[in-house]
Design a protein around this ligand. Structure first.
Ligand SMILES: [Zn+2]
Length: 72
């Protein structure tokens, strides 16, 4: 299972499950992630320590690289 906020794998027996009133299920690796998503309403994309942020960064890097190589 992966954390709904940071996107990292949660080992069995760890983390916490949160069910919203509308039935949406969130799984968090820590209360830190829970706070960030539910209380602070932060977006994982904008938080440096999430895998979502890293993904976007690497994608952007790759995109800029490929555009350079194709510019002949
Ligand atoms: Zn997390």
């Amino acid at each position: 299972m992966k954390c709904s906020f940071c996107g990292y794998e949660i080992s069995k027996g760890k983390g916490l499950l949160f069910v919203k009133a509308n039935g949406t299920i969130y799984s968090f690796c820590s209360s830190k992630c829970k706070k960030n998503l539910l209380k602070l309403r932060r977006k994982p994309r904008k938080i440096k320590w999430t895998s979502e942020y890293r993904k976007e960064k690497t994608i952007k890097k790759k995109a800029s690289k490929s555009s350079k190589t194709t510019n002949k």
